[in-house]
Design a protein around this ligand. Sequence first.
Ligand SMILES: Cc1cc2nc3c(=O)[nH]c(=O)nc-3n(C[C@H](O)[C@H](O)[C@H](O)COP(=O)(O)O)c2cc1C
Ligand SMILES: C=C(O[C@@H]1CC(C(=O)O)=C[C@@H](OP(=O)(O)O)[C@H]1O)C(=O)O
Length: 382
Amino acid sequence: MRRLRFLTAGESHGPALTVIIEGMPAGVPLTKAEIDEQLWRRQQGYGRGGRMAIEKDEVEILSGIRHGLTLGSPISLLIRNRDWENWQEIMSPHPRTEGTGTEKKVTRARPGHADLSGGIKYKHGDLRNILERASARETAARVAAGAVARALLRAAGIELVGQVTAIGGVTADTSDLTWEEIACRIPRSPVFCADEKASRKMMAAIDEARAAGDSLGGVVEVAALGVPVGLGSHVHWDRRLDGRLAQAVMSIQAIKGVEIGMGFLAAARPGSEVHDEIFWEEGRGYYRETNRAGGIEGGISNGEPIIVRAAMKPIPTLYRPLRSVDIETNQPYLASIERSDICAVPAALVVVEAMVALVLADAILERYGGDNWQDLKVALGR
Ligand SMILES: Cc1cc2nc3c(=O)[nH]c(=O)nc-3n(C[C@H](O)[C@H](O)[C@H](O)COP(=O)(O)O)c2cc1C
Ligand SMILES: C=C(O[C@@H]1CC(C(=O)O)=C[C@@H](OP(=O)(O)O)[C@H]1O)C(=O)O
């Protein structure tokens, strides 16, 4: 059973996003400021569009936290959409009054979005009824939930470090840097990349894509440091930690590939270059000199840093639009674009971190239990 569960709600241009997080032990220190910091990070990143100039994401804590400590009750959080002001009539929950409103239905299905399949599945002639919820605006609520999970991980001695490793085919080389060095450099880079030269090239690639009316995807990498041995299990498919991480990360809008450790690269290498040899030393215990497995063997964490990589496809809405069909007339059209991101890979990194945090916090609670932080601390041996 999931120990830490969360459920988000909210439309992209509705009044607000909400999230309920259930299963946090009592007594974990958690402040509004640390949730807001993660929300702020998600809004940064070179290549974003006009919407980010409107939104200033900030959390309102509705329940589950008192005087800076979790209560053990459901935590509910709210993030208002500033853009709602401009969409009140279009997004009104009330029945339409005859003869009012000039709103046109969205009938032009955008390639790369949920529009067409969602419209067919839910029998919506107005594709806005699909796109509002399919939008990655929802990731703000995931990041707020992730900040709650991060608070538990931090208390348990686990830290997450994330970096963008590729944008539009420009790849970073950070192989000579430690995770601590990477963590120091990331906030200074507008694309959250620790390789300064690659950072500049990535920004130039985004500028080029913008000028060409195109968009770019990329690759992000998250490392979880300080994870104890034994999270997840080999005994069932849905208890394997690698499977749980892959599902959570793949569920993020526009993520099309997830790797743990060497991932796809391992398929091309002989076994002698893929597996991590095991050593033992008095006082140190078991250790490995390499971490090609990315911290998980047989679905169980092995004590090495957990390394998760995710590939994001380019943003599907292009200023030089792709061909599609109007579902009312079945006639071809070329869309006119009002605004869109060119590249949201840095934002996606923050979302991947959030999903990794939620899975690891759930796995910690599964292994160590604890209704309150004191019991959990004892179980963790801290
Ligand atoms: C942080 C973030 C921002 C995004 N911004 C946009 C955007 O401005 N325009 C757009 O067309 N898609 C954007 N996307 C991607 C779409 O939400 C996503 O491709 C779409 O919902 C279809 O889902 P799928 O790619 O997972 O199939 C964004 C994704 C993320 C993670
Ligand atoms: C609002 C966010 O991302 C949005 C995700 C998104 C999409 O189609 O996924 C489309 C854009 O929204 P809009 O159509 O209102 O310009 C992005 O700005 C956000 O990240 O907070």
